[in-house]
Design a protein. Sequence first.
Length: 144
Amino acid sequence: MGKLWAESIEAIDYGPVDAMRVGGASRTQVVSHAVVPAVTPQFVGLLLYRFDVNVRSSLVLGLVGAGGIGFLINESIKLFRFDEMLTHILVVLVLVVSSTTSARWCASGSSDQPPSAFDRGSRTTISSTSSGRSRAVQRPSLPG
């Protein structure tokens, strides 16, 4: 996580940082007003990603007997308590879908509505023609 956070800090746009330094801001002011707002979406997205991975790992490890929510699902199956099993599975499903949707919303930027888990919109890219002119090209976005 530390390496990913460091990489996201190194990848920020240094325009606001340089502007604040030229304007006479202290190091603390530069960090709090230029760096932190630029990296917050990446930080939150990485945290939600790790949470999602941990929930899924807990499910798999529990199913093989190491504990976690998968253990509860396995025990419910063995005891023929399918209502409990369904409840545990729904909890896992809600956790995974909500963390995935939240991570996508954080990664998408400042849009007002979080994207649907099934949204496959399109993205616009700039392409050069043979004459040297640039033009916008609509390409479908990749799933996931």
